[in-house]
Design a protein around this ligand. Structure first.
Ligand code: ADP
Ligand code: ZN
Length: 218
């Protein structure tokens, strides 16, 4: 518990921002941007963490643009919404190329949620935006319901400057959960949903095919 909290703090990209500025006072040209990836299972707090970072950027009066794939219309068409009902404005787009096409030249921070639903061109797009000087924050599921790495997340994790791995709480045993357990019958890789369709599970409690939902005593 303690060690993971320490790890997250030392990965805090905000610390790096401050460090860079103090090293290069009065830097005239726009400095290079970077990529941050927030990866983990369902219910692990990826959207909350993304929204937290975006809110801080807005407080710092930075120009922020946020995108999510059109497939994810669960809670809202024009907001990213966490399971804890935090939300932030966003634009729905169909492809990674649409992200590129909709970026405004004065944008400083780009947020992308549910990155696993995008095509592999997203890797090139986020690299381009970072090279243009933008801070790109990408959140997504790193594994599907069978535990298989979900592209383009593995490649995004490879090219990112900063990585945060979030964990949920295993609903069976309360250990940190790294897996999204599907609890209904379907062989489709993409079945968009949350509560009642998936559960957070640890390695020990994860069964990589449909399983009965965990019954809570309350
Ligand atoms: P993600 O984007 O990773 O799916 P969210 O940011 O949308 O996660 O939601 C995280 C929130 O989900 C938590 O703050 C908590 O309120 C809720 N939640 C529901 N089930 C769990 C669980 N098993 N473990 C942790 N948080 C859970
Ligand atoms: Zn468990």
């Amino acid at each position: 518990m303690n060690s993971s909290a320490t790890m997250t703090r030392s990965n805090e990209p905000e610390d790096v921002e401050v460090h860079n500025r103090s090293e290069h006072p009065g830097l005239a040209r726009r400095s290079a941007g970077w990529i941050e990836v927030i990866a983990g299972s369902m219910f692990s707090g990826k959207s909350e963490e993304l929204i937290r970072r975006l809110r801080r950027a807005k407080i710092a009066r930075q120009k922020v643009q946020v995108f999510k794939p059109e497939i994810d219309k669960r809670f809202s068409q024009d907001h990213i919404v966490s399971h804890s009902e935090m939300k932030h404005e966003s634009a729905n787009v169909r492809t990674a190329a649409d992200v590129r096409a909709n970026i405004q030249p004065d944008t400083e921070v780009v947020g992308i949620d549910e990155a696993q639903f995008f095509d592999n061109e997203l890797i090139q797009v986020v690299n381009e935006l970072a090279e243009l000087g933008m801070r790109v924050i990408v959140a997504g599921l790193d594994q599907d319901y069978t535990g298989k790495p979900w592209e383009p997340m593995p490649q995004l994790l490879a090219v990112a400057e900063y990585i945060t791995k979030t964990h949920a709480i295993c609903v069976k045993c309360s250990q940190p959960a790294n897996y999204s357990q599907r609890i209904f019958e379907s062989e489709e890789r993409v079945a968009v949903g949350a509560t009642g369709m998936y559960e957070a599970r640890c390695r020990q409690c994860f069964v990589p095919h449909a399983d009965a939902p965990t019954i809570h005593p309350d």
